[in-house]
Design a protein around this ligand. Structure first.
Ligand code: GDP
Length: 210
């Protein structure tokens, strides 16, 4: 699959204000600084795209991008939404704001009927963090389809990345009978792009959608 165009649509303060749910939607979430903007830009082949949403006042919003992709080899065009969700785990953010964030994200994740998959980003250099594990376990309780993206793989050796992925999946394994799909990415090396796009492409073709 190739990206034909990627356009910023709108930033919404709540799920109720998001664009009407008539297209399949794929959202990205993770702790701040995990590499979410870089990953989105890499996926869309546009170095400035996610910066639009990082402008002041928009970082705490649900940011929609409209993507047109071309299927190979059929050349069929699919259009879908890519959503940049505000990052979690800001230590400095006041409790009130954090609670507001949790409510907004929970509402979005649970109510957005066209959400096909949530990509949860994890920094591949870190040991399993409680905040990520509990967020993922919460997704399980809510029965939200998700995949994990281990970011910044170029910053460590392959062996270290593999060990880190294994440790994270092992930490998850305590609560999961079946492990989720996962990807290893590097925005610097353009790693993981093809795999993530294929995953989206498959879902665009196969996930039932009215
Ligand atoms: P966000 O806060 O999650 O949107 O993270 P950003 O995409 O802004 O990335 C945070 C920092 O990590 C920036 O300095 C990026 O240049 C860097 N970064 C992001 N992805 C990668 C990557 O794949 N490899 C390397 N080496 N650095 C990355």
């Amino acid at each position: 699959m190739n990206i034909k165009s990627a356009t910023y649509v709108i930033s919404s303060p709540s799920v109720e204000q998001c664009p009407s749910p008539e297209k399949r939607e794929y959202a990205f979430i993770g702790r701040s600084n995990v590499g979410k903007s870089s990953l989105i830009n890499m996926i869309c082949n546009n170095t400035k795209l996610a910066k639009t949403s990082a402008s002041p006042g928009k970082t705490q919003m649900i940011n929609h991008f409209l993507i047109e992709s071309i299927d190979e080899p059929t050349h069929k065009v699919h259009d879908w939404y890519l959503v940049d969700l505000p990052g979690y785990g800001y230590a400095k953010v006041a409790l009130g704001k954090r609670k507001q964030w949790i409510k907004m994200i929970e509402n979005y994740i649970r109510k957005r009927e066209n959400l096909v998959n949530l990509f949860v980003l994890i920094d591949s250099r870190h040991t399993p963090q409680e905040i990520d594990i509990s967020f993922i376990n919460q997704l399980g309780e809510w029965k939200i389809p998700f995949a994990i993206v281990f970011t910044k793989a170029d910053k460590s050796t392959q062996k270290e990345v593999a060990a880190s992925v294994k440790a994270f999946l092992y930490a998850l394994g305590a609560d999961w009978a079946e492990l989720p799909p996962y990807f290893v990415s590097s925005a610097v090396k353009y790693r993981g792009r093809k795999e993530i796009l294929s995953f989206i492409d498959e879902a665009n073709k196969s996930v039932e959608f009215k």
